[in-house]
Design a protein around this ligand. Structure first.
Ligand SMILES: NC(=O)c1ccc[n+]([C@@H]2O[C@H](COP(=O)([O-])OP(=O)(O)OC[C@H]3O[C@@H](n4cnc5c(N)ncnc54)[C@H](OP(=O)(O)O)[C@@H]3O)[C@@H](O)[C@H]2O)c1
Length: 335
């Protein structure tokens, strides 16, 4: 099969197309013919060897995919060839076929089109977990979303509203991204690259701060976030796009009853996959009913994975960036 390989740790130039064997499936696994996959920021981190649990090169990158069940393992009863699914696969998803545990394979309702299917898995499951399970968002609370025009950002902004948030504030890295955050449903969006963004959040919340802050950037963003986190607020740390760790002092927490929490969908996928079943039901329902709409910024063919990753790495992307693997079947509703 055709696949994209990370030939060694490094910049986008280390990505090469290759012919490799179709992955063999175990008794509890499913083989999927991939229709499309998506670029996640973690793909770039893993290409540099900076992602927790990253494989050693050569490896196929990619964490999620949408496609059609090709064959199933001997113990698998809930899936059969021809079903449309989304998956968190065992092998990388920048490939014509992926192998996934049956428990990490999720049915695609007929209302959901291929672009939505390819865009949604990692960012919609993660955003729901962050807001609903980790931050325990309560109705009317204020949410600050960092990198608000990105894949997680546009999805988490919508989900915050769906889950009953009051004010949603989007912070972006360039003024051109403000309209994208607002289109996703943010009540206010601002560019956070100059000055201390906590002043803007405190002004917008009449000095109280945000109840929930989603921090995927870390470094100085974490410290500034604590300067605009309300009493009883929850700062959820789930990435470090800045490449730097954030620093938290315990004295920032106890008197104000505030909490700093961490989350990783990768760890949850590996250690507690059962926790994703309930998430899948909610997210698929929001997508099928049109309450949640994936923001797709650009679509590339698999052969242009390098350009697609550069687009994300250089902070040019907004929404999700897709890689179409089976070019004969783009767009439209799965039939
Ligand atoms: N823990 C988990 O389970 C989990 C799951 C999915 C994603 N994540 C994390 O969530 C974040 C968003 O992921 P995504 O795939 O949706 O990506 P994305 O938001 O579409 O793209 C990454 C964005 O990060 C921002 N950024 C800030 N500093 C950056 C830097 N130094 N270099 C590059 N980008 C920088 C940029 O937005 P601005 O220009 O607007 O700042 C960029 O557009 C990532 O940090 C990712 O690792 C974590």
């Amino acid at each position: 099969m055709k696949a994209v390989i990370v030939t060694k740790f490094g910049g986008p130039e280390v990505l090469k197309m290759a012919d490799i064997p179709i992955p063999a499936i175990g008794p509890d696994q499913v083989l999927i013919k991939v229709h499309a996959t998506s670029v996640n920021f973690a793909d770039i981190k893993s290409r540099y060897g900076q992602y927790h649990g990253a494989s050693q090169p050569p490896f196929v990158p990619g964490l999620d995919a949408a496609g059609v069940v090709e064959t199933v393992g001997s113990n698998v009863t809930q899936w059969h060839p021809g079903q449309k699914v989304i998956v968190f696969p065992k092998n990388g998803s920048y490939a014509e076929y992926v192998c996934a545990d049956a428990a990490l394979t999720f049915a695609l309702p007929p209302e959901i089109d291929w672009d939505t299917a390819a865009a949604c898995p990692l960012v919609s499951f993660t955003s729901y977990k962050l807001l609903h399970d980790v931050a325990r968002l309560a109705p009317g609370e204020t949410v600050l979303v960092h990198a608000a025009a990105g894949g997680i950002g546009t999805t988490a902004t919508q989900l915050a509203k769906i889950l009953g948030a009051g004010l949603v504030i989007g912070a972006v890295g360039d003024p051109s991204k403000i309209p994208v955050s607002l289109s996703a449903g943010a009540d206010h969006a601002f560019c956070c690259t100059s000055g201390n963004f906590s002043d803007q959040v405190n002004d917008l919340t009449h000095g109280r701060g945000a109840d929930v802050i989603l921090d995927s950037i870390a470094g100085s963003v974490t410290g500034q976030s604590l300067q605009c986190l309300a009493p009883y607020g929850r700062l959820v740390v789930f990435g470090n796009a800045s490449g730097q760790p954030g620093v938290v002092h315990t004295t920032d927490l106890h008197a104000s009853c505030r909490a700093v929490l961490g989350f990783s969908l990768g760890t949850t996928r590996n250690e507690r996959p059962e926790l994703l079943q309930d998430t899948a039901e909610h997210v698929m329902d929001y997508l099928a009913t049109g309450h949640l709409k994936m923001t797709v910024g650009r679509t590339f063919p698999l052969s242009e994975a390098r350009a697609a990753q550069e687009w994300v790495e250089n902070r040019q992307s907004t929404g999700k960036v897709l890689l179409v693997v089976s070019p004969t079947r783009s767009g439209g509703t799965p039939v």
